[in-house]
Ligand binder design. Structure first.
Ligand SMILES: [Zn+2]
Length: 337
C-alpha cells in the first residue's frame, strides 16, 4: 500500500514583518542597527520530526546579509523546548525569531528553510517560506507623550525589551518611568503608587488625531502586584489597563496604556491637538509599577494590528536637543522646553 508523502508548511506571524531601522539615534556612538521579530508556525499532514531550521536574511540586492541555523535534533530540542515533533492538526510554533543586525543596509526578506523526516516512513520532508521585510515611513511627527521632567525609557526601540516576546502590536513599544530630583523612580519604599514620581503625571497626545478607543474602568494595581487571572475576566485586552488610542490618520495609531484610574479625559470620537492632556500615568492592568506604556501601530486593535517602529521629535537626550530620533532602551529623555 502506498503511503502518501508528508507535506510540511511554514507560516509567519505576522505574514509581513516590519523592520525597525534605527539610523537616527540621539548619540553619534549609537547604531545604526535594525531589528525585527516574528513567530514561525509549522504544520504537517503526517507526523514529522523536525531536524533543521535555517533562516537567511536577504538584502535588497539579493545578497545574504545574515544566516542563522539550528541543525540536528539536540538543537531542535532546545529551540522548540522538546516539542520538535510536528503532529498533524497540532503543528509547532517557534516563537520570537528575533534578529538584531548592525548597519543600515536595506533588507528585503527572510527565507526560512525547515527539514525533517516522516516519523513512520523516515522519508525526508522539507519546506521553505519567504517572509517579506517592510520598512514603515513614519508620517506623524510625535512629541514625547509627557509634559516635563526626566523620563527613563526602561524599554525602547532597539535591543533588550520584554515587548519583543510577542510579535504583535507592541513589538516596538516604549515604557517610560519618571525620575525624581534624586535620580530615583520612587521615594521611600515605593509600596504605594503615590510614592512613584510617574504616578499622576499628565499624559499628552503625541500628535493631533481622533480618539478611536478608550478604556477607563480598570483600578490601579498596588506596585508589584500585577493582575491575576480573575481580574482579566476572560478579556486579554485588560492587560493594558486603562487605555487611550489616538488615530493620527494614514494608518498610524498611538496606544497609551496602564493609565491612572479616573484620569481619562477623552471619549471616542473626540479630536485632540498635539500636546493636549488625555489622561495621567497610572498602574492599571498588567503593570509592575507606575509607568507609561506607549506604542505606535498600524491599526487600532491591540492583538490584531502590527506594531511600528517609532521616532520622536524635539526632545532632550544626553544634554542635546534632538530634532527627530529613535529612543534606545535605557536612555533618559525629557521633552524640549
Ligand atoms: Zn509596556
Amino acid at each position: 500500500m502506498a503511503v502518501t508523502e508528508a507535506e510540511m508548511r511554514l507560516e509567519a506571524r505576522p505574514a509581513r514583518v516590519y523592520v525597525g531601522l534605527y539610523d537616527r539615534l540621539p548619540h553619534p556612538g549609537l547604531g545604526p542597527v535594525q531589528e525585527f521579530v516574528f513567530d514561525l508556525g509549522i504544520t504537517a499532514t503526517r507526523p514529522v520530526v523536525l531536524t533543521d531550521v535555517v533562516w537567511r536574511v536577504y538584502d535588497q540586492t539579493d545578497h545574504v546579509a545574515a544566516v542563522r541555523q539550528r541543525l540536528g535534533q539536540a538543537a531542535m530540542h532546545e529551540l522548540t523546548l522538546g516539542q520538535y515533533g510536528v503532529a498533524p492538526g497540532m503543528g509547532l510554533i517557534i516563537p520570537r525569531c528575533y534578529f538584531l543586525e548592525q548597519g543600515a543596509l536595506p533588507l528585503s526578506h527572510v527565507r526560512v528553510s525547515a527539514a525533517g523526516y516522516d516519523y513512520e516512513t523516515q522519508a525526508a520532508v522539507t519546506a521553505v517560506l519567504e517572509i517579506p521585510l517592510v520598512y514603515h515611513q513614519q508620517r506623524a511627527k510625535l512629541r514625547l507623550p509627557v509634559a516635563d521632567g526626566a523620563w527613563w525609557a526602561i524599554t525602547g526601540n532597539d535591543w533588550s525589551s520584554m515587548h519583543k516576546a510577542d510579535p504583535v502590536s507592541w513589538t516596538f513599544a516604549y515604557d517610560f518611568v519618571r525620575l525624581g530630583p534624586d535620580g530615583q523612580t520612587f521615594t521611600g519604599r515605593g509600596l504605594r503608587n503615590e510614592d512613584h514620581y510617574s504616578f499622576g503625571q499628565p499624559v499628552l497626545a503625541p500628535a493631533a488625531g481622533k480618539i478611536v478607543q478608550v478604556r477607563a474602568d480598570m483600578p490601579d494595581q498596588p506596585p508589584g502586584q500585577p493582575l491575576d487571572a480573575d481580574q482579566l475576566a476572560g478579556d486579554a485586552v485588560r492587560l493594558a489597563g486603562n487605555v487611550v488610542v489616538i488615530g493620527h490618520g494614514r494608518g498610524e495609531f498611538s496606544y497609551l496604556a496602564h493609565l491612572q484610574s479616573g484620569s481619562v479625559q477623552v471619549q471616542v470620537g473626540d479630536m485632540v491637538k498635539k500636546g493636549q492632556p488625555v489622561a495621567a500615568v497610572g498602574n492599571s492592568g498588567h503593570s509592575p509599577g507606575p509607568h507609561l506604556h506607549y506604542h505606535f501601530q498600524d491599526g487600532p486593535n491591540l492583538f490584531v494590528d502590527r506594531g511600528l517602529p517609532v521616532m520622536f521629535s524635539d526632545f532632550m537626550a544626553v544634554g542635546d536637543r534632538v530634532q527627530q530620533a529613535t529612543i534606545p532602551s535605557r536612555m533618559i529623555v525629557s521633552p524640549a522646553r
